[in-house]
Ligand binder design. Structure first.
Ligand SMILES: C[S@@+](CC[C@H](N)C(=O)[O-])C[C@H]1O[C@@H](n2cnc3c(N)ncnc32)[C@H](O)[C@@H]1O
Length: 214
């Protein structure tokens, strides 16, 4: 995702304390205190400009959403979108998710969304894919038993790779959709990338993998 450098981003993010969580590692095991309730927690890794998480928060006010986005120049747009919704059930974190296990405690998360994650097609970059086993190991740790990972992508190779990885990791594949929009799922909230690829006529893939670990 290309964006211009925005020198005012730091100050803007610091000011948005209602939405941006500045020291997320301090809240490990205590996210219910951040939200002031014990509703289920769904996280999105690589939230981009926030269309998905803002839309989901509006659609599900009984769920707490946390978006993690490492690019400062991109997350500011997500913050603006969340502010527009006036929803209280969403927080954003400007961090790299490589240490997600240090942000959430064991069994603290009910669902993880991976939307249009960077595919990293070269095999020497495999470790950067968000469905690489080292990431799955961390997801397993923070996910509740029967928690879910929902992945959407336009990238067939990343989709195939992720299906194999989920399966080798012992997760149960509950849905494999090769053309998500053909399902006309009324609950599907489109991401920015999803909208862009779908407008070009490309099929969108989605899978749901359920954790069977405690
Ligand atoms: C291709 S974009 C997709 C954005 C959005 N999910 C969408 O579907 O429109 C991938 C996003 O993930 C972010 N990202 C990639 N790896 C990440 C990581 N390890 N931690 C946090 N964000 C990450 C990137 O900065 C980028 O904004």
């Amino acid at each position: 995702m290309r964006t211009r450098n925005k020198p005012w981003a730091d100050d803007f993010l610091k000011e948005q304390k209602e939405v941006v969580v500045h020291h997320p590692f301090h809240h490990k095991n205590k996210w219910k205190d951040v939200f002031g309730n014990d509703h289920p927690i769904h996280i999105e890794i690589g939230s981009g400009k926030g269309q998905f998480i803002a839309g989901m928060a509006k659609q599900h006010s009984d769920i707490n959403f946390v978006g993690i986005e490492m690019a400062k120049s991109i997350i500011i747009t997500a913050v603006q979108k969340v502010l527009e919704t006036e929803q209280k059930n969403v927080r954003l974190i400007n961090e790299n998710a490589k240490d997600v296990r240090d942000i959430f405690g064991e069994n603290e998360v009910d669902k993880i969304y991976l939307n249009f994650s960077d595919p990293w097609p070269k095999s020497r970059h495999e470790k950067r894919r968000l469905t690489y086993p080292a990431f799955l190991e961390q997801y397993k740790n923070i996910l509740k038993k029967n928690g879910e990972i929902v992945l959407k992508t336009d990238n067939r190779k990343l989709f195939e790779y992720s299906l194999v990885r989920f399966s080798k990791f012992g997760m149960m594949l509950e849905e494999v959709a090769l053309d998500l929009h053909d399902l006309h799922d009324p609950e599907n909230v489109m991401t920015e990338y999803e909208q862009r690829f779908s407008n070009k006529g490309q099929p969108i893939y989605r899978c749901r993998a359920r954790s069977r670990f405690s």
